[in-house]
Design a protein around this ligand. Structure first.
Ligand SMILES: Nc1ncnc2c1ncn2[C@@H]1O[C@H](COP(=O)(O)OP(=O)(O)O)[C@@H](O)[C@H]1O
Ligand SMILES: [Mg+2]
Length: 235
């Protein structure tokens, strides 16, 4: 379970000058994230990525606290990042090695010291996702869908309890979006995802709609998404 208590995120607003007022990205957020599957929706710039980055301590709140299973992200960043895996929109931002096998092995480094065992485990994990045939291919030669799945495999390799994914289907074609939705629906982890794909949001247990760094509506997908669609159509 993740708790946000009085969370505010502000950054220096360069447009306003060094002494100008700070820019507020998120304001007074109080959220208990306990459901297994949660989607964040909202316009570009509404604060979705900022909120997701708070959940694994990639950014820290300017005010208030974020805690994951009771661990404050400010004090226990390393333990939090082990529990909360972060999947980027663009897998190429995530994959640092040149092949899937090397990348998954890199993730396994802290868990498995023996090189041979690590390689075997990495091959197993790729096989579980149907990706073994890509193991030694250049990550640049994979399809978008394969790349996103490799990226997810590197995140799962660390054995997190929670997966945070920032617009994971945005760069995918329809077939791969269906594939990723299926993979997400089968994962036993808690999943918190930001998305513009309302089918993905509709799969979840709860949808949180953000605008301007604040929650507009929070509830079951059918209700929130109906209101969200209406509001976007009226703009
Ligand atoms: N480090 C930063 N400095 C200044 N502004 C930022 C920074 N990070 C994000 N923003 C701004 O905060 C707002 C929310 O950003 P973001 O969380 O990325 O929104 P979303 O993911 O919903 O599109 C945007 O207006 C963005 O430009
Ligand atoms: Mg974003």
């Amino acid at each position: 379970m993740i708790e946000l208590d009085g969370v505010r995120v502000e950054v220096a607003d360069y447009a306003a000058g060094a002494r100008g007022p700070a820019k507020v990205l998120l304001d007074r957020l109080n959220l208990t994230l306990a459901e297994q599957r949660i989607a964040l929706v909202g316009s570009n710039g509404s604060g979705k990525s900022t909120l997701l980055k708070l959940l694994n301590g990639l950014i820290l709140p300017s005010d208030g606290t974020v805690s994951v299973a009771g661990l404050d992200t400010r004090k226990h960043g390393k333990a939090v990042r082990q529990r909360v895996g972060y999947v980027f929109t663009d897998p190429l931002a995530q994959l640092v090695m040149s092949t899937p096998l090397d990348d998954v092995q890199l993730s396994l480094r802290p868990l498995i010291k023996n090189k041979g065992e690590r390689r075997e485990k990495a091959r197993d994990l790729l096989a579980q996702r149907g990706l073994l045939h890509t193991a030694d291919q250049s990550i640049y030669d994979l399809s978008g869908g394969e790349r996103q799945l490799v990226s997810l495999t590197t995140v799962l390799a660390v054995e997190p309890d929670i997966i945070v994914a920032d617009e994971p289907t945005t760069l995918l074609d329809l077939r791969n979006r269906y594939l990723l939705r299926r993979v997400f629906s089968e994962l036993p982890h808690q999943i918190i995802v930001s998305t513009h794909d309302l089918d993905v949001a509709g799969d979840m247990d709860r949808v949180i709609w953000l605008e301007g760094g604040a929650v507009v509506e929070d509830g079951v997908p059918s209700n929130v998404l109906a209101h969200y669609r209406d509001a976007m159509a009226l703009r």
